[in-house]
Ligand binder design. Sequence first.
Ligand code: PEP
Length: 250
Amino acid sequence: MKKLYLIGNMKMNMTKSSLDPYFTELVKVAEKTDNIVGVCVPYVYLCKAQKMLEGSKVLYGAQNINEHASGAYTGEISASMLHDFGCELVIIGHSERRQMYNETDASVNEKVKVALSSGFTPVLCFGETLDERNANKHFDLVRTQIELATEGLTADDVKNIIFAYEPIWAIGTGMTATSDQAEEIISYAKDLIVAKFGVKKNEIIMLYGGSLKPSNAEDLLSKPSIDGGLIGGACLKMEDFESIIYQNVE
Ligand code: PEP
């Protein structure tokens, strides 16, 4: 059986009180599977995540990190602050941050370096828009994003990253990449990393994200290059998240 990585991205959802039953159940679910379970929560709930998830099989973390160590960056959160709450994961370069908060490939690269040097596992997102795919530019776009995001990294660094291919047209839209489309890009992106860093293909972890749900999980997750999923909407409903977490595929 393949050991899958199944990581929830709560985005700006959930409430303090709804997290009590949610985290309690997630700890139980993670105990019952060999798959690796994680969840990235809003900053303000990291304290609760630490109280309820630390020491369990559930990895947890944040949805962003600031590239600077400290200083006059109003509203931002540093690596040492995330450490204070025991974070293990940090999502970097999510398309919503790239599109709505002007994150560039250069800032994504800086954040990845800070996250790695601080001992976090970056969940590094990349993926194309529908226009880019329709114009047949998705391979070039993905290549550029991967090249710039991994600039200056070592082979060991890339082995410590969880990459996530998230076609923007599939995020929160209900439209899912077909398993063949996802496999094609993920295999291609892994080959790029193999060529650049001299690592083995099976040393790279790469997830699919974009309207992953119970009904399409098996099809996507059984593809040979796909190591798991980054799950937005479906992680908010424990029943759906559970059903994805319990997937057993070869
Ligand atoms: C995401 O935003 O990382 C994501 C995969 O969202 P959704 O599953 O809702 O498409």
